[in-house]
Write a protein that binds this ligand. Structure first.
Ligand code: SAM
Ligand code: SF4
Length: 493
């Protein structure tokens, strides 16, 4: 019998992607996604505890679903970082909660669900998995029109022996890839982190760094390409650490090189890269690999050497700026974004000025800025010299005002230029428009129909806004027949 699952997701792309994987996994247990919690048989809250706000949201979300438990006996679960961190305590605190499932236990979800369905027993599974099985491929089934039943299965080609989770299924299929994933997909290449920045909870809730084998990653990307996906974004907390602990000798730059060769994939992105390990090889990849998009997210967190040291980041303002300068030399069109924290313990006015100075020097295309929030169990949570909330807020507002101007100015530099846009879907602004992204990851809205979705088209930028660009598509008759859309005179990637 088919059942319905509703998942509410908090946090970053990593969590969004985990939710996708959970949905694929549950499809094998006859649970299909619903966007309406009221009709769900199973409600899962996929949580994040990296900062205070998303953590608090988890408890209010649970409160919202209590009546559904009382009325219809819906099964309620919590997954992700908060589940990993709180474990049993969550079950004690929320009496109507059925399941707590940690970051490494996702493959066990179908079994745990069955256990609850049959016995009504409440379950908590938060062990770490040193084998990294939770990283194994979970691919969505292919829709029937994509299944080539005469083609040898991957096992026969000797590519992969065991698939513990459903993939390359041969029976009639339902969903296939979800709409956004048909154009661009996230691919997890590693999990966890070994860095232990003093403010960060990730190594405690996601465990140590573990990489997926390159063979599995390549297979997944090939599969996505076959399904029509044009862009992949490789995910990991510290992608530069890719390859550590694997039997094969491979680093992140080599992995990028291999993915660059996969036919059908037009664009490659990755996130997140740590400045300390941001290598010369990776910098050179931006000039060597044509599919690697000209955008990097390179969090700096602070511009003050004193604060960077207390954060245990392993680089200085100067060494960070040197890498950025070098990157700009190698790839002059690179777009830069980053994360920054204000109000870390001990941050004085002088330190904050250093942060603003770094921002002024780099001229980021965009910034994700956060007020420091102490995370239980991290080293910085014990630091005494806390910054007052009011000061944190003032610094955050100052920084955001400055960045808003820089972002708008950088967007305005694109006015009048023609950019290659990968069309992702309908624009949020108007039903007559579609939206897509430039290689530099900027959102462009322009008039067009949904047939353009999944295509790379040349678009002239006519107006810049702080968060997006407005454009107009270059008509077909103006494009040369043989050249790809973006290889027109004056077209910048
Ligand atoms: N691995 C990435 C790196 O090192 O750059 C960052 C991953 S972290 C999940 C995402 C961002 O959340 C960080 O870059 C940082 O700016 C922010 N963050 C993490 N812990 C925080 C805390 N305790 N308070 C405020 N912001 C925090
Ligand atoms: Fe957290 Fe630092 Fe690891 Fe990023 S590198 S996930 S900030 S510990």
């Amino acid at each position: 019998m088919e059942r319905r699952v509703y998942i509410e997701t908090f946090g970053c792309q990593m969590n969004e992607h985990d939710t996708e994987r959970i949905l694929r996994l549950l499809e094998g247990s006859h649970y299909l996604e619903t966007k309406n919690a009221k009709e769900a048989d199973f409600i899962l809250i996929n949580t994040c505890s990296v900062r205070e706000k998303p953590e608090h949201k988890v408890y209010s979300a649970l409160g919202r679903y209590k009546w559904l438990k009382e009325k219809r006996g819906v099964i309620i679960g919590v997954a992700g970082c908060v589940a990993q961190q709180e474990g049993d305590k969550l079950l004690d605190r929320v009496p109507y909660l059925d399941m707590v499932i940690g970051t490494h236990a996702i493959p066990m979800l179908p079994q745990l669900l069955k256990k609850i369905e049959f016995s009504g027993q409440r379950v908590c599974e938060t062990g770490f998995d040193p084998e990294g099985n939770y990283l194994k491929t979970i691919l969505p089934p292919k829709p029937l029109d994509k299944v080539n039943l005469s083609a040898p299965r991957s096992e026969d080609r000797g590519l992969l022996k065991v698939h513990p989770e459903p993939r390359f299924v041969t029976q009639p299929l339902k969903a296939g890839l979800r709409v956004v994933e048909r154009v661009k997909s996230y691919v997890t290449i590693m999990q966890g982190c070994d860095h232990f920045c003093s403010f960060c909870i990730v190594p405690y809730v996601r465990g140590r760094e573990q990489s997926r084998s390159s063979r599995e990653i390549i297979e997944e990307v090939e599969y996505l390409a076959e399904m029509g996906v044009k862009e992949v974004c490789l995910l990991g907390q510290n992608v530069n650490g890719y390859g550590k602990g694997l039997e094969e000798e491979i680093g992140f730059s080599e992995l990028l090189g291999r993915i660059n060769q996969i036919e059908g994939i037009e664009r490659i992105r990755f996130t997140t890269s740590h400045p300390k390990d941001f290598s010369e090889k990776l910098i050179q990849a931006f000039s060597k690999l044509p599919k690697l998009c000209e955008h990097i997210h390179l969090p700096f967190q602070s511009g003050s050497d004193k604060i960077l040291k207390a954060m245990h980041r392993g680089y200085t303002k100067e060494s960070y700026l040197e890498k950025i300068d070098h990157l700009k030399e190698v790839c002059p069109s690179i777009a830069l974004t980053a994360d920054v924290i204000v109000g870390f313990p001990g941050e004085e006015e002088e330190d904050f000025k250093e942060t603003l100075d770094l921002m002024g020097k780099v001229q980021y295309d965009d910034l994700f800025s956060f007020k420091y929030s102490p995370r239980k169990g991290t080293r910085a949570a014990q630091f005494q010299d806390r910054v007052e909330e009011k000061v944190k807020q003032e610094r955050l507002s100052t920084l955001q005002e400055i960045q808003k101007e820089i972002t708008l100015r950088k967007n305005q530099e694109l006015e009048g230029r023609v950019k290659e846009v990968l069309v992702e879907g309908r624009s949020r602004q108007s039903a007559q428009d579609v939206a897509g992204r430039t290689r530099s990851n900027k959102i462009v809205n322009f008039g067009g129909n949904l047939e353009l979705v999944g295509q790379l088209v040349p678009v002239r930028i006519i107006k810049a806004y702080p968060h997006s660009l407005r454009g107009e598509i270059i008509p077909t008759h103006c494009r040369s027949e043989n050249a790809p859309a973006y290889q027109q005179a004056g077209v910048g990637k």
